[in-house]
Each structure stands twice: as structure tokens, then as C-alpha cells.
Design a protein around this ligand. Structure first.
Ligand code: HEM
Ligand code: HEM
Length: 223
């Protein structure tokens, strides 16, 4: 516990490890995207088949909640997925505590969410993760297609929010220990993104492009 709360650990986490995390996140994700597009180029079928119009149409319907037939078929899951992703992506970017760190390190800052709204968005991520977990263990057909990696990826998404929330409210562990734990989990998440399915945040539009082009070919209005 003493080491977890130590300034020495804080300096490592806020120094070299934060650099490593952002370099791996940005470099790794760009490399992954490049190799995926390169692989698709080498396949003689994919590129000639892709339609830009179908891609944009599919993306447009899909990024709007209930905008595609598949979203409308599963209203609860659709609402939870949208809430989860909106809060997951926007909270860390527009969090006041994070903005202060950017300002201290680089002198840059941007608009911040009011603190009580950020707190609610953090709770939304925490509870929607619990929903995803329960869905995976309680619904037989979901359980059947769930692997341990699904739980690990869910935990990687969940822990930065849980520890961020506890650190902000100074609950559970001494504040310094919780902040260190939070930064560690935040860095684990950033590093995991290029190497795991969490990378879907960057390549989802490729999947949409492929599916949209397929739907267009069969004249379905499924997007
Ligand atoms: C480089 C990594 C990171 C650093 C240095 C960092 C640092 C911090 C700090 C200092 C706090 C405030 C704690 C307090 O007020 O005592 C905080 C809170 C928080 N962080 Fe991070 N963080 C990092 C990564 C992340 C990531 C990747 C996420 C999520 C994707 C995240 C989500 C949060 C949330 C949700 C809160 C608390 C919100 C609230 O309830 O007010 N952080 N972070
Ligand atoms: C910003 C662009 C993103 C898009 C468009 C996106 C899209 C999606 C979609 C469509 C699903 C499937 C939901 C379903 O089954 O109905 C999903 C699931 C998931 N996403 Fe994302 N995502 C994004 C970013 C992220 C990020 C940054 C993370 C975390 C680092 C993340 C973590 C997850 C997790 C953990 C699941 C699975 C939840 C479960 O256990 O069922 N996503 N995402």
C-alpha cells in the first residue's frame, strides 16, 4: 500500500509511462489502421466492391441511435450501447481534472464539462458496464458466444472509470493510492486499444463500409 500511494510511483506513472501509453495508443492505432487498409487493398475483391455512397449512407444511419433497422430491433441494448459509448469517449476528453493536467504539461486547454455532469457520465459508464457484464453471464445465448477476452476487455474499459470516480470522491483507498491506480488503469486502456478488439473505435468505419456495400448490392434497406 505504501508503494501504491508513493510519490515515486506517481512520478513514473505521470512521466515515462504516460509518454509510452500515448505513443503506443497513437502509433499502434495508426499502424493497425494502415495494415488493415493495406490488407484490403491486396485482396482483389474488396476495393472494387466498396461503394462510397453505400458507405456514407450506412455510416449516417448507424451513428444515429435507432437510425438503422438493427438498432430498432434491440431498443434496450441500443440505448445502453449509445449511452455507454458517448460517456466513455467524451468524459475523459472533456474532464476538468484531465484538462488541468494537459494545461500543466503542455499549456493547452479546452472546454470542460461541469463537474457534476462529468460525475453522472462516469456513473453511466460504470452502470452500463455492469449491465453488459450481467447480460453476458445471465442470457444463455449471449453467454454461449462469450469468451474470457470479452470480460477482460470489459474490465479494461470499466476500471479507469471506477477508479477515476473513487479518486475524485476520495473514497475506498487513500487519495494518492487511488489516483495512482487510476492513472495505471487509464494507461493500460490506452495501450490495450491498438492490440485488442477495443481498436474498433478506429476501424468501425471499415466494417460499416463493407456491410453497407453488401446491403446496397442486395438492395436491402438494412444499412
Ligand atoms: C494518462 C492517463 C490518465 C491520467 C494521468 C489521468 C488522471 C486523472 C486525474 C488526476 C483525475 C482526478 C482525480 C481527482 O480529482 O482526485 C482523473 C479522474 C478521472 N479520469 Fe483520468 N487519467 C488518465 C486516464 C483516464 C482514462 C483513459 C479514462 C477513461 C477512458 C479516465 C477517466 C477518468 C474519470 C471518469 C475520472 C473521474 C470523473 C469524476 O467522477 O469526476 N482517465 N483522471
Ligand atoms: C468511438 C467509436 C466507437 C464505436 C463506433 C464503437 C462501437 C461499438 C459497437 C457497435 C459495439 C457493439 C454493441 C452491441 O453489441 O450492440 C461496441 C461494443 C463495445 N465497445 Fe465500442 N465503439 C467505439 C469506441 C469504444 C472505445 C473507445 C471503447 C473502450 C476503450 C469501447 C469499448 C467497447 C466494449 C467493451 C464493447 C462490448 C460491450 C459488451 O460487453 O457487450 N468502444 N462498440
Amino acid at each position: 500500500m505504501e508503494f501504491l500511494a508513493s510519490t515515486a510511483l506517481y512520478n513514473i506513472l505521470r512521466g515515462p509511462l504516460v509518454w509510452l501509453a500515448f505513443l503506443v495508443f497513437i502509433g499502434g492505432s495508426s499502424y493497425k489502421l494502415y495494415t488493415l487498409i493495406d490488407l484490403a487493398k491486396k485482396d482483389k475483391v474488396i476495393f472494387p466492391f466498396i461503394s462510397l455512397k453505400a458507405t456514407l449512407k450506412s455510416l449516417f444511419h448507424w451513428v444515429i441511435p435507432f437510425g438503422s433497422r438493427n438498432w430498432r430491433l434491440r431498443p434496450v441494448m441500443t440505448s445502453v450501447t449509445f449511452l455507454f459509448h458517448i460517456c466513455l469517449v467524451f468524459t475523459p476528453i472533456f474532464l476538468l481534472s484531465h484538462n488541468i493536467l494537459w494545461h500543466e504539461s503542455w499549456g493547452i486547454s479546452w472546454w470542460s464539462l461541469p463537474e457534476n455532469i462529468a460525475d453522472i457520465m462516469t456513473l453511466i459508464v460504470i452502470f452500463t458496464c455492469i449491465f453488459f457484464f450481467l447480460r453476458r453471464i445471465l442470457i444463455p445465448e449471449v453467454k454461449f458466444v462469450t469468451f474470457s477476452s470479452d470480460y477482460i476487455l470489459l474490465a479494461i474499459s470499466f476500471l479507469p472509470f471506477l477508479t477515476g470516480f473513487f479518486a475524485y470522491h476520495q473514497w475506498v483507498l487513500p487519495h494518492k493510492a487511488m489516483v495512482n491506480l487510476h492513472i495505471l488503469f487509464g494507461e493500460v486502456m490506452l495501450i490495450a486499444i491498438p492490440f485488442t478488439r477495443l481498436g474498433h473505435m478506429f476501424y468501425f468505419f471499415l466494417t460499416r463500409s463493407w456491410m453497407g456495400s453488401n446491403f446496397a448490392m442486395w438492395h436491402t434497406r438494412d444499412w
